[in-house]
Write a protein that binds this ligand. Structure first.
Ligand code: DOR
Length: 431
């Protein structure tokens, strides 16, 4: 099987490539980048991608696919459809499923469902403690053998520093990263949104920045103690960016991510008790948004993930205090990155897409993230000039909980190619 992508601008951040070139795919792998011998390629295998960006398949290292157990919010099939529509060929799925992804059979089940659906590479993240209860370590080695790519207790962060140390020592032994949702639950108490002027005006209990920063600082220190590759999830505060910047200067093995909501939105969006603006960590202030952008620009923030967190309409249509936190992100990420970071010149497109391809692939140790000859042909073609409006009802995700509804964006995935096969074209899944 051949596929020739003709006339695009090829960006392969890992290889330092940014040039006009054709990409030839044969038998599921990249076989040439450059002027391809199109005389031999059948016309039906040639796709004109002039004016478009040809990138390694995008990887979102932080999503919630909700299967097993919470399929009323999302499942591996609908989540894979959302990924493909958003331009993602790889996703790493968090373990807060029911039952919890804390053992090898569930890890293997998720891998198999992902393969059977065949629209994205679904990589499970295993829980670090059994049942996400923070009490005893899960079977990390067995889950690695079953296909887990990283370990996290996600939104149930491990308070016990001694146990966290052991987890990190195990993960280091298996050379897998821990991904840490940094939240000091005892300080967060029953806070509902960022603590500040808006929370005061709305009469909602606040979550101070220190909730995130105390936990970030502890985890950085444990990374220093253990040498474990430590990835800080969804950075949202100026202070957390600063802590990570310093840790990197000190040579501590820390990487981190942020998500589009933290470089585009502020806590003022909660006004009106908007549950689609309820997320954990919470939306912060304009000063934090600027600090996150600065962290992206200077390389402190390595990765752009989404924390795609689907919740059913009836769950989000509750009172602010009881609605679950979370925002879907797979289908809006490319547009937000291009509109809010690349267009204003905060990041070049090469820098932006490195944070969505090569870097997450490297952290997770998974294939992809490059268009080098012989690489698996996971490719995303983006139309940088495509203007569109986010219409939640048109999204492929089973859930519609986005605060970006009605927003005008520029930039969208035109083709998503998985293992050499076109799985999505202009937002429509190719069955
Ligand atoms: O807002 C969030 N929702 N943050 C998390 O860390 C977890 C997620 C979820 O699972 O819904």
């Amino acid at each position: 099987m051949q596929l020739l992508l003709k006339g695009g601008r090829v960006i392969d951040p890992l290889a330092g490539v940014d040039r006009a070139a054709d990409v030839l795919v044969e038998d599921g792998r990249v076989s040439a980048v450059g002027a391809a011998p199109d005389a031999k390629i059948p016309a039906e295998c040639v796709v004109d991608v002039s004016g478009k960006l040809v990138l390694p398949g995008l990887i979102d290292m932080h999503v919630h696919l909700r299967e097993p157990g919470l399929e009323h919010k999302e499942d591996i099939e609908t989540g894979s459809r959302a990924a493909a529509a958003g331009g993602f060929t790889g996703v790493a799925a968090m373990p807060n499923t029911i039952p919890v992804t804390d053992n090898r059979p569930i890890v293997e089940y998720i891998c198999k469902r992902g393969r059977d659906v065949g629209l994205a590479r679904v990589c499970p993240i295993g829980a670090v403690t059994k049942g996400l209860l923070g009490e005893s370590m899960a079977e990390i080695g067995e889950m690695v053998e079953g296909g887990a790519v990283a370990f996290s207790d996600d939104a149930f962060p491990l308070a016990d520093s001694g146990l966290m140390r052991h987890v990190m020592e195990y993960c280091r032994m298996f050379n897998v990263p821990v991904i840490l949702h940094c939240e000091d639950k005892s300080l967060a108490g029953d806070g509902l949104m960022n603590e500040g002027l808006t929370s005061t005006m709305l009469g909602l209990r606040g979550i101070p920045d220190e909730v995130e920063e105390i936990s970030t600082a502890r985890n950085i220190l444990l990374a220093r103690l253990t040498g474990c590759r430590t990835h800080i999830a969804h950075v949202s505060t100026k202070g957390a960016v600063e802590l990570i910047r310093r840790a990197k200067e000190d040579g501590i093995p820390v990487t981190c991510e942020t998500c589009p909501q933290y470089f585009t939105l502020t806590d003022e969006l909660v006004v009106g008790y908007n549950t689609n603006a309820k997320v954990s960590p919470p939306l912060r202030t304009a000063e934090d948004v600027e600090a996150v952008k600065a962290g992206l620009a200077d390389g402190t923030i390595d990765v752009i993930a989404t924390d795609h967190a689907p919740h059913a309409i009836e769950e989000k249509e509750a009172e602010f205090a009881v609605a679950p936190p979370g925002i879907i992100g797979l289908e809006t990420s490319v547009g937000l990155v291009m509109t809010e970071l690349v267009a204003p010149g905060i990041l070049s497109d090469v820098q932006a897409f490195e944070k969505m391809t090569a870097t997450p692939a490297k952290i997770l140790g998974i294939p992809g993230g490059t268009l080098a000859k012989g690489a698996v042909a996971d490719i995303t073609v983006i139309d940088p000039a495509r203007e569109w409006v986010v219409r939640p009802e048109e999204l492929k995700s089973k859930s519609k909980n986005t605060p970006f509804g009605g927003r005008s964006l520029c930039g969208k995935a035109a083709l998503t190619i998985l293992g050499g096969k076109v799985v999505c074209r202009d937002g429509e899944i190719v069955e």
